[in-house]
Design a protein around this ligand. Structure first.
Ligand code: PMP
Length: 372
């Protein structure tokens, strides 16, 4: 009765974690995929005003013209982006879905990083595409050669995600240049998921803009993480006129438009300075790296709010997860977001108190594992 497309979709490993959290008393939750702060007051006020004004009708499919313009202006200012074609989507998830549907015919391949954001391979399958993986483990440089290995006659797109979920890794200008050259050589589209562009700690964000030809770049970003608005569902996609128009047509006959009220709030968000929150997150990153770095193999993440340490003392994933649960620590097993089972994802989107407790417990787990 259920389609093969739907049957192939399994519950996410992270969702299972959410269920566990609900059943646990006072967990040390280091598994969270969204910022722990609330949306800024100005954003909430803009939403309240939009409600009061009965700003309740559909907007145009591509989203409020002013929101599109301000988004493109910001991209121009920050990265020198020249394109003027964009669409407001239902989160970056909406942009990913429309982008995949716009690019992939049945059997077409898309290069995806491993480890990956859980949605990528599933979404590729839902769009009848085939995910092919390239190595993005911390410490493995992204080279033309590494990408070339995954390319076939059927490759249509390369997906990149910097800063990365789940590793926190950021791609360098050289690595992005390599992506751009491979895309050029094989006439591919590059989908760049830059949802964590605000969460960078060791210098400015390096966008794919300027490294990948704009005509073959689909740039995705959004409000979920930066402004603590994940439940509000707002994102954008910027790209070639042809692809954005295809995505607009598909949005018209699926999601219709991003929520009107949230679009008004998103406009207000563009005037809010989030640098205090970002520096607090830099402090959280440093706290974890310093607190665990001697016992865990951790590459200090340049961005996002995740890191991807190796499992300590040669423990198997299930044993490690069990030890974490006994100590009420929640992390995500790497195998939920990779074909390998050697690492785990630790999120530092939590209060300093929770992080400190997490450090204590994770140190104890590693020390025990070493001793046996
Ligand atoms: N891309 C990445 C890399 C993510 O981590 C997430 C959320 N976890 C998304 C996209 C989707 O975000 P949203 O739909 O809320 O904008």
């Amino acid at each position: 009765m259920i389609s093969r497309r739907a049957s192939a979709v399994e519950a996410s490993g992270i969702r299972k974690m959410f269920e566990l959290v609900a059943s646990m008393e006072d967990p040390i939750n280091l598994s969270i995929g969204q910022a722990h702060f609330d949306p800024p007051e100005a954003v909430k006020q803009a939403a309240i005003e939009a409600v009061e004004e009965n700003f309740s009708r559909y907007t145009v499919t591509q989203g409020l013209p002013e929101l599109n313009e301000r988004t493109l202006d910001r991209l121009a200012e920050q990265y020198g982006y020249q394109g003027r074609h964009s669409i407001i989507t239902l989160g970056v998830s909406g942009g990913l879905q429309l982008g995949f549907m716009g690019l992939l015919d049945p059997g077409d391949e898309i290069l995806i990083p491993d480890p990956y954001f859980v949605m990528y391979p599933v979404l590729a399958g839902m769009c009848s595409g085939v995910p092919v993986y390239y190595d993005m483990y911390p410490g493995t440089p992204l080279t033309e050669q590494a990408l070339e290995q995954g390319i076939s006659e059927r490759t249509r797109a390369i997906l990149i995600n910097s800063p990365s979920n789940p590793t926190g890794r950021t791609l360098t200008a050289e690595e992005l240049d390599a992506v751009g050259r491979v895309a050029e050589r094989h006439d591919l589209t590059v989908i760049s998921d830059e949802i964590y562009d605000a969460f960078v700690y060791d210098g400015p964000h390096v966008s794919a803009v300027g490294h990948v030809d704009e005509q073959r770049l689909l740039l995705l970003g959004g409000w979920s993480k930066t402004y603590g608005m994940a439940g509000w569902r707002l994102g954008y996609a910027a790209g070639s006129a042809e692809l954005i128009d295809a995505m607009r047509r598909m949005q018209q006959f699926s999601f219709v438009c991003a929520p009107s009220i949230v679009q008004r709030a998103g406009l207000a968000a563009l005037d809010v300075d989030m640098s205090a929150q970002i520096s607090a997150y830099r402090g959280k990153r440093d706290m974890i790296v310093e607190g665990l770095g001697d016992l865990y193999e951790i590459a200090s993440p340049g961005g996002s709010f995740y890191m991807f340490p190796e499992l300590p003392g040669g423990l198997e994933t299930d044993v490690f997860m069990q030890r974490c649960l006994e100590r009420r620590v929640l992390v995500v097993p790497g195998k939920a977001m990779s074909r390998r089972a050697t690492h785990f994802r630790l999120s530092f989107a939590a209060t300093d108190d929770v992080l400190q407790r997490g450090i204590t417990e994770l140190r104890a787990i590693a020390e025990e594992a070493r001793a046996t």
